[in-house]
Design a protein around this ligand. Structure first.
Ligand code: AP5
Length: 210
């Protein structure tokens, strides 16, 4: 079975949504750099203070900060643990750093058009406590504005405002899209169309992983 899985795809393609379902089904650890960075920002740590200025306008946090954060996390998990990488790597430099120590079995690319991405992100609501994500039309919480899983009040991420979303898509095309070719050359790339219901997409993701 594939045990080191990288989720690729533009902002809003469903990496968090599908990654969480996969992690529950397989018992793998999901490492989301976005969740880690948002927690660091909330806690006002030195990393959070540095990362905040890049995240607010949809830019990438510098490679050296992200690479050392992830190396530390990976080392803390020990050998033989299944890992789903969500939001990392995002540049060729990060992919090289990951490859230096981890054999990626599968890079799963979720393919979604820009117009759908903007709609998904601007209507996303996120739980600040357990990081669950909802969409106000497609995947609403049972009680308006409240997380089904932990009861916390949901919020809209600062970087989910339309202008910032458009910048994130530009940054994705410039810096992260080249990873599709990168993993294609290594023979570990699989692309799944990320459009349809969350469960339909998960069916395809599951088939690709197992
Ligand atoms: P990060 O949190 O990783 O953001 P992202 O990659 O832009 O991805 P998102 O979390 O926005 O989207 P997603 O693909 O997970 O989609 P989701 O499942 O939520 O990063 C944030 C920032 O941190 C970056 O901009 C950068 O500054 C920094 N950063 C992070 N990692 C970094 C790195 N490695 N290097 C440098 N900087 C880094 O779904 C989106 C919405 O759609 C939800 O509302 C969901 O309910 C809905 N939805 C999901 N699936 C469907 C479906 N099938 N149909 C309808 N709606 C759906």
């Amino acid at each position: 079975m594939k045990t080191k899985i990288v989720l690729l795809g533009p902002p809003g393609s469903g990496k968090g949504t599908q990654g969480e379902k996969l992690s529950q089904e397989l018992g793998f650890v999901r490492l989301s750099t976005g969740d880690m960075l948002r927690e660091a920002v909330r806690n006002g740590t030195p990393l959070g203070l540095k990362a905040n200025e890049y995240m607010r306008n949809g830019g990438l946090v510098p490679n050296d900060l992200i690479i050392s954060l992830m190396k530390e996390k990976i080392a803390s998990l020990g050998e033989g643990v299944g890992i789903i990488f969500d939001g990392f790597p995002r540049t060729v430099e990060q992919a090289d750093a990951l490859g230096d120590g981890i054999d990626v079995d599968l890079a799963l690319n979720l393919d979604v058009d820009d117009s759908e991405l903007v709609n998904r992100l601007t209507k996303r609501r996120t739980c600040p406590n357990c990081n669950a994500v909802y969409h106000i039309d497609y995947n609403p919480p049972k009680k308006n504005g409240i997380c089904d899983k932990c009861g916390s009040e949901l919020y809209q991420r600062d970087d989910d405002k339309e202008e910032t979303v458009l910048n994130r898509l530009r940054v994705y095309r410039e810096n992260t899209m080249p990873l599709i070719e990168y993993y294609g050359r290594k023979g570990t790339l699989a692309t799944v169309k990320g459009v349809g219901s969350i469960d339909e997409i998960f069916g395809m993701v599951r088939k690709t992983v197992l």
